[in-house]
Design a protein around this ligand. Structure first.
Ligand SMILES: [Zn+2]
Length: 420
């Protein structure tokens, strides 16, 4: 196709605004969910995006009408719409409380992502990321413009699905701030571009997640699995969406970067987010352990490839750090993951598929699943990372020990549920 535009590509200057793009994506998904429906993606390559949207006009109008009806019904009944994880919607943003929560961002003991979510009026990702970027000195170092960065974050946060029990923007805010602010000392060894890449990767790593595992998407021939040829469809979709949002007018906070720097940034974000797929866990841990053995513990002396491994390992560690947190937070996050898994298990049963043990609510066993995760993923990940970030990992490993003891005690008593 060199030198010519692909058929499905929008014409130059054809601007599709974000709400339309999002509505189109959801309409496409609904159409594809209908049994026996002609998959619109089969027709998509021969249509320009504008023609595709026109073809979907009735769907989009129906979606808009349904949304308007739902909103009216919600206000009429004064019912509380769902917030992250099915919790009641948060109260309006409270500046004093938000400041107090943001001040705890780097505290292992005190940081509470759910309190941050409530204080920020349901926008923890935007608030926490602006704070992290500011604390890391990235506004000055990279001359980042606040307006486009805030617009980008608001758009990304809006594309996280608040109805997911687990994969909502509070999870992304938790991962991002943890990755860069809590493993003490690591940020000091990074270039500004690397630190920004890690922050942005954490911010976007689960955007528009459906609450369904890659394995489920592949087994059901979901359109994301077809689009990405079964290779990490969740992560690939989040990345694709994130960079399309970045290219939207008003959202590109990196427009001023030299092309070479932008290419470095993009390659890092792609690598870091792809490595959050759990199938990459072993490869990532082995690469980090090998780099530490061959290059020593001082990240500042490592080459770019090895530093990329370390960045990916940090974000992956933050992504699975729930089991290492103070007990109350560990239990809450664990119960939300489990709730999301079980919803998938319900869908698998409806489709005549056999859910794995963690996805099947008939065999739920919270202590056993949490102990297995700590032993197989949590502790080994932080042990490998502690070679380059000893201070932050010490707290996480202490958390593993404490939580493991409490889960083991519950298991010994024959408990099966989360002690909420
Ligand atoms: Zn995640």
């Amino acid at each position: 196709m060199s030198g010519s535009r692909a058929h499905g590509e929008p014409a130059r200057g054809e601007h599709i605004d974000l709400p339309t793009l999002t509505a189109a994506s959801m309409a496409l998904e609904r159409l594809q969910a209908q049994p026996g429906a002609l998959l619109p993606s089969e027709r998509l390559p021969v249509l320009r995006l504008s023609s595709f949207l026109a073809a979907l006009a009735p769907e989009l109008a129906a979606a808009a009408a349904a949304a308007a009806t739902a909103t009216a019904a919600a206000s009429a009944a004064a019912a509380a719409p769902a917030g992250p994880g099915g919790q009641p919607a948060p109260p309006p943003r409270d500046e004093a409380r938000l400041r107090a929560e943001l001040d705890k961002l780097d505290s292992w003991e005190e940081f509470d992502a759910f309190a941050l979510s409530a204080a920020s009026g349901g926008r923890p990702l935007e608030a926490a990321t602006l704070e992290a970027v500011s604390r890391l000195g990235l506004f000055e170092a990279l001359e980042l413009p606040l307006g486009p960065l805030a617009a980008f974050l608001r758009a990304i946060e809006g594309l996280y699905r608040a109805t997911n029990p687990y994969h909502h923007s509070t999870h992304a805010a938790d991962v991002g701030t943890y990755a860069l602010l809590q493993p003490d000392g690591l940020a000091a060894s990074l270039t500004s571009l690397e630190a920004l890449a890690a922050v942005v990767a954490a911010v976007v790593h689960d955007v528009d997640h459906r609450g369904l595992s890659n394995d489920f998407l592949v087994r059901t021939q979901h359109h994301l699995a077809l689009t990405y040829n079964d290779a990490s469809p969740n992560e690939q979709h989040s990345l694709s969406l994130a960079f399309r949002v970045l290219m939207q007018p008003g959202c590109n906070f990196l427009q001023h970067l030299p092309a070479e720097d932008f290419a470095t940034f993009r390659a890092l974000v792609l690598d870091i987010v792809r490595a959050t797929d759990m199938v990459e866990h072993s490869r990532l841990s082995e690469a980090l352990t090998r780099d530490v053995r061959e290059l020593g513990p001082d990240l500042a002396s490592w080459d770019a490839v090895a530093r990329g491994h370390a960045l990916a390992a940090v974000v992956h560690a933050a992504d699975i750090s729930n089991v290492t947190r103070p007990w109350r937070a560990a239990v809450r996050w664990g119960s939300l993951v489990s709730a999301e898994f079980q919803l998938q298990g319900d869908a698998e049963l409806r489709l005549g598929l056999t859910p794995g043990p963690q996805f099947d609510r008939r065999h739920a066993d919270a202590p056993r699943s949490q102990l297995a995760f700590i032993r197989r993923y949590g502790r080994p990940t932080f042990e490998a990372l502690s070679a380059v970030a000893p201070a932050g990992c010490a707290a996480a490993l202490r958390g593993c020990d404490e939580n493991e003891a409490r889960w083991a005690a519950l298991e010994a008593r024959g408990e099966k549920a989360f002690p909420l």
